[in-house]
Design a protein around this ligand. Structure first.
Ligand SMILES: NC(=O)c1ccc[n+]([C@@H]2O[C@H](COP(=O)([O-])OP(=O)(O)OC[C@H]3O[C@@H](n4cnc5c(N)ncnc54)[C@H](O)[C@@H]3O)[C@@H](O)[C@H]2O)c1
Length: 332
């Protein structure tokens, strides 16, 4: 894959969070200068690479963004968002404010300062119940919760800003991120992602709930596409190279093209960690699609991105290593 050799100044919004922290570390390792903006609503100061500059501020704090941009920013990566789907259904106002309104404020500022472009963290949730799998970017957009809606709306706004102001963007629709990178890993509160929840069940002995075993899948449990967080970070660098080389604004799915069922993930964790996972089968959960798997073909062909580490074993192993290093997460 072609990743730029030029050292760039990159603003990482949400760089104290899971994917933003791993991407920050990867950018610094690749020789870029990173400035993180994060309000720590869910992030952790220990998650910020020591060589990154950081400002504790909201992305809608115009004077903070002005200050950062006036020192020269080439590209931005926008990870800052609320991510918990269930909360988005109960508190849509919070989600539309944080994920949509504040994104508009940030994008306006970036465009005003002549930042060359932005990589946006979108999600498979924009597709809702998929019409077909593997999902290509041409699939119908039909988000079923305010979280997915908020991401779809930002994509629409980015397209309009590109048309009107020439502000370039690449939107990356991640499927399920997993794994860790050295000191940087997944520590959400509340946690809703499968691999950390499996680890919690191992720790506490409280059975993990598997929502449904009667779907039309290999073993009846839901299938998802897991991508290593370091491969995601790499895709962000490919997206910047693509924009630097004159690529036009576009949207890409980021997954591996291979799905694993919940039970397959549980058994992989048991094999990789040597620990038994207590679990119980419960009712289906409303809103769960039986199968969500990406076609990564467009990201391969256009961004020249390829997964490197995204075998399920790699993902589980690195997440488990991080868990051994930080048994109770950051700052605990
Ligand atoms: N984790 C996944 O599997 C996954 C899947 C699809 C999409 N995404 C998207 O990727 C992005 C990163 O996800 P994550 O798992 O790293 O989430 P995270 O909660 O770990 O990180 C988000 C970071 O953004 C910060 N933040 C939130 N709102 C802010 C604001 N208004 N101003 C400043 N900082 C703010 C938080 O403090 C946190 O550090 C999100 O946009 C999410 O929607 C994640």
């Amino acid at each position: 894959m072609t990743v730029t050799n030029t050292s760039l100044n990159i603003l990482v919004a949400g760089g104290a969070g899971y994917i933003g922290s791993v991407t920050t570390a990867s950018l610094i390792e690749a020789g870029h200068n990173v400035t993180v903006i994060d309000n720590f609503s869910s992030g952790h100061s220990d998650a910020i690479h020591p060589d990154a500059r950081y400002i504790q501020a909201d992305i809608a704090d115009s004077s903070a963004v002005d200050k950062i941009c006036s020192q020269g920013i080439d590209f931005a990566m926008h990870f800052a968002a609320f991510i918990e789907v269930g909360i988005s259904v109960r508190e849509p106002s919070l989600f539309y404010d944080n994920n949509l309104v504040k994104s508009i404020s940030l994008i306006n500022k970036l465009a005003e300062h002549g930042v060359k472009g932005m990589v946006f963290s979108s999600t498979a949730a924009v597709y809702g119940y998929p019409e077909f799998v593997p999902l290509t970017e041409k699939a119908r957009l039909a988000p079923i919760n305010p979280y997915g809606q908020s991401k779809m709306m930002v994509e629409t706004i980015l397209k309009d800003f590109d048309r009107a102001y020439g502000f370039k963007f690449v939107s990356l629709r991640y499927f399920n991120a997993g794994g860790a990178h050295g000191f940087y890993g997944e520590d959400h509160d509340p946690e809703s992602h499968l691999i950390p929840l499996i680890f919690r069940a191992i720790d506490t002995g409280i059975p993990l709930k598997v929502f449904g075993d009667d779907y039309d899948t290999v073993d009846g449990s839901c299938i998802r596409d897991y991508i290593h967080v370091r491969d995601l970070a790499q895709a962000h660098m490919c997206a910047v190279s693509y924009m630097l080389n004159g690529g036009s604004s576009d949207i890409f799915n980021l997954g591996t093209g291979t799905g694993y069922s919940v039970l397959e993930v549980i058994h992989t964790v048991e094999r990789v960690t040597g620990r038994e996972v207590p679990y119980e089968i419960t009712e289906r959960r409303p809103g769960d699609s039986p199968e969500l798997v990406a076609s990564p073909a467009k990201a391969h062909d256009v961004l020249n991105w390829k997964k490197d580490l995204s075998s399920l074993d790699d993902i589980v192993f690195s997440a488990w290593e991080w868990k051994q290093r930080f048994p109770h997460g950051y700052e605990k």
